[in-house]
Design a protein around this ligand. Structure first.
Ligand SMILES: *[C@@H]1O[C@H](CO)[C@@H](O)[C@H](O)[C@H]1NC(C)=O
Ligand SMILES: *[C@@H]1O[C@H](CO)[C@@H](O)[C@H](O)[C@H]1NC(C)=O
Ligand SMILES: *[C@@H]1O[C@H](CO)[C@@H](O)[C@H](O)[C@H]1NC(C)=O
Ligand SMILES: *[C@@H]1O[C@H](CO)[C@@H](O)[C@H](O)[C@H]1NC(C)=O
Ligand SMILES: *[C@@H]1O[C@H](CO)[C@@H](O)[C@H](O)[C@H]1NC(C)=O
Length: 482
């Protein structure tokens, strides 16, 4: 069973309002009159839940039905008959309105997964409420789109965006992405892509990975924000995807050329060159990239940059979780006070620098204020307003090198901060990715909605904030020596 755990319910505001209006017209005529005479003694008599109940009974019993829906399941002789009411169908759907102009019996064709939900879908027209499970989201969205029930369509789309991280046995985000692409729902598409990119390690190891389409694979591999252990993990996953899917040769060449070979150590490069069955076949498509990667490893990146263009994605690190690239930082009780952490990374991915390390100092402040806003300790400022001021501070993280003189022409060290939050069954998933040069002041939204003081904050896992800091050397092209 997929998605037993995650479901959502919402009300369609527009119907609820319409219902309340009908309700008040029908039932509070007398009250309304007295309202006019004296404003102060006015009251609302609210029977809207009773009205909704009656409307549902109308559907259940088919009383005064003026419309019959005959729902055929595609590729089956199953037919569902629903006795409905033109007024309610037309209220939500201009498609039904049009269909019902000159006929009262509608014959509809629906694929099996939609046909199963059809009664539930029609019930929504009568009460403005519907429950959704993970595996019902796509067929429900399809029905809402087909019949132009736009509030429901938006509602299901929103449900999908907020349930990407929900537990499901086969995974659902890849299929939701493909669906969003077909429907042209760009918001949902973007949310799915981000989720897949930021939790790629998990997706790679799930059965969902082989269902990734050619286009999705190509767009994922172009991203520099993929979160995964290291580039070799991505290469192995792409290799598996190729052997299970047998895509067309141009796609194979394109995805193999999207691997950032320079980010893989020379010994591992040598190994995959010898052992990979996919590379044995497509060796010639990536030969130039391998050669360039070996060259990159044999010189300092700055020396290399004099002769080759380093301003291309091959030399841009992704968000690697392995320890040579950065450090996890779990901050217990983060609202309490400032905390610091020291950690080491490699100087860069080039094998030329493999023995060189850099030490970094990170400082986290839960309520940091710029100097100009800090309380002045003078007689005139009361204690109360000082503590108010402190509450106004924002979380801030600064990462600096412990070594002085770490400024090389042509290199900047970008710091990427991943923020993890809890998902069902205790797993962590990446909620935010922030890229900064030194301090999170550079971005306006660092943990702005985190509510670190509240124990119930979505950002706290067992009262701890889960951060992961990644240090990425970014090389800039120097003027080429001729
Ligand atoms: C009427 O009652 C329903 C619940 O029965 C409630 O949701 C709705 O807000 C109420 N309307 C007003 C105008 O108070
Ligand atoms: C609806 O129909 C059922 C049975 O056909 C009947 O018992 C019930 O009283 C009807 N309700 C209304 C509100 O007319
Ligand atoms: C009215 O019904 C006929 C068939 O019964 C159909 O061809 C025609 O398109 C319908 N017109 C409208 C406006 O729905
Ligand atoms: C690097 O490439 C990007 C686009 O590929 C371009 O916008 C940028 O100007 C280039 N930078 C340098 C220093 O060449
Ligand atoms: C998301 O990614 C994080 C690390 O990036 C991983 O620990 C977690 O298990 C992933 N969760 C999901 C739901 O993919």
């Amino acid at each position: 069973m997929v998605g037993e755990m995650a479901q959502g319910t919402w009300n369609a505001g527009s119907l609820a309002q319409a219902v309340v209006m009908l309700n008040l017209l029908a039932l509070t005529d007398a009250a309304h009159k007295s309202d006019l005479s004296s404003e102060t003694s006015g009251a609302v008599i609210n029977h809207s839940s009773m009205l909704i109940h009656r409307l549902q009974e109308l559907l259940q019993n088919g009383n005064s039905s003026d419309t019959t829906l005959r729902v055929h399941t595609t590729n089956s002789d199953e037919v569902k008959i629903i006795h409905a009411h033109q007024l309610l169908l037309s209220l939500h759907s201009d498609i039904f309105e049009g269909l019902l102009l000159n006929q009262s019996v509608l014959t509809l064709q629906e694929p099996a997964d939609c046909a199963v939900l059809f009664e539930k879908f029609i019930r929504y027209f009568y009460c403005g409420e519907i429950s959704v499970h993970l595996n019902q989201a796509v067929p429900l969205h399809r029905l809402a789109s087909k019949y132009h029930v736009s509030a429901l369509q938006r509602g299901v789309s929103e449900y999908m965006k907020t349930h990407l991280a929900s537990e499901s046995t086969q995974g659902h985000v890849v299929s939701w992405y493909h669906y969003a692409l077909r429907m042209g729902d760009e918001g949902l598409q973007e949310s799915c892509l981000k989720f897949l990119a930021w939790n790629l390690s998990t997706v790679i190891s799930s059965s969902e990975w082989v269902t990734v389409s050619d286009d999705l694979m190509v767009s994922l591999l172009q991203r520099s924000d993929l979160v995964l252990q290291n580039e070799i993990e991505l290469f192995s996953a792409v290799e598996e995807w190729i052997s299970k899917n047998n895509p067309d040769v141009p796609i194979i060449e394109k995805v193999l050329r999207s691997i950032r070979y320079a980010m893989i150590s020379p010994s591992q490069l040598f190994q995959i060159q010898k052992q990979s069955t996919v590379l044995a076949t497509y060796h010639s498509s990536v030969q130039d990239l391998f050669f360039q990667a070996f060259q990159f490893h044999s010189a300092s990146p700055l020396h290399f940059a004099k002769y080759f263009d380093v301003n291309c994605s091959m030399f841009v690190p992704r968000n690697y979780l392995s320890s040579s690239w950065g450090s996890q930082w779990i901050i217990n009780n983060p609202a309490r006070d400032d905390r610091s952490l020291s950690f080491q990374t490699q100087l860069g991915p080039s094998n030329h620098d493999s023995t060189k390390k850099i030490t970094w100092n990170a400082l986290f402040s839960p309520r940091w204020l710029p100097v100009s806003l800090r309380p002045v300790y003078s007689e005139s400022v009361s204690g109360a307003s000082q503590s108010n001021r402190l509450d106004e501070g924002k979380p801030r993280l600064v990462v600096t090198s412990a070594m002085s003189g770490l400024e090389f022409a042509g290199v900047t060290f970008q710091k990427t901060v991943l923020v993890g939050v809890r998902r069902q069954q205790g797993k962590v998933f990446v909620k935010h990715v922030y890229n900064v040069h030194q301090s999170t002041d550079e971005v306006s939204d660092f943990l702005v909605h985190a509510d670190l003081q509240k124990r119930t904050s979505e950002y706290l896992i067992d009262n701890s904030l889960h951060l992961h800091i990644i240090i990425k050397p970014i090389y800039h092209s120097l003027i080429k020596a001729k």
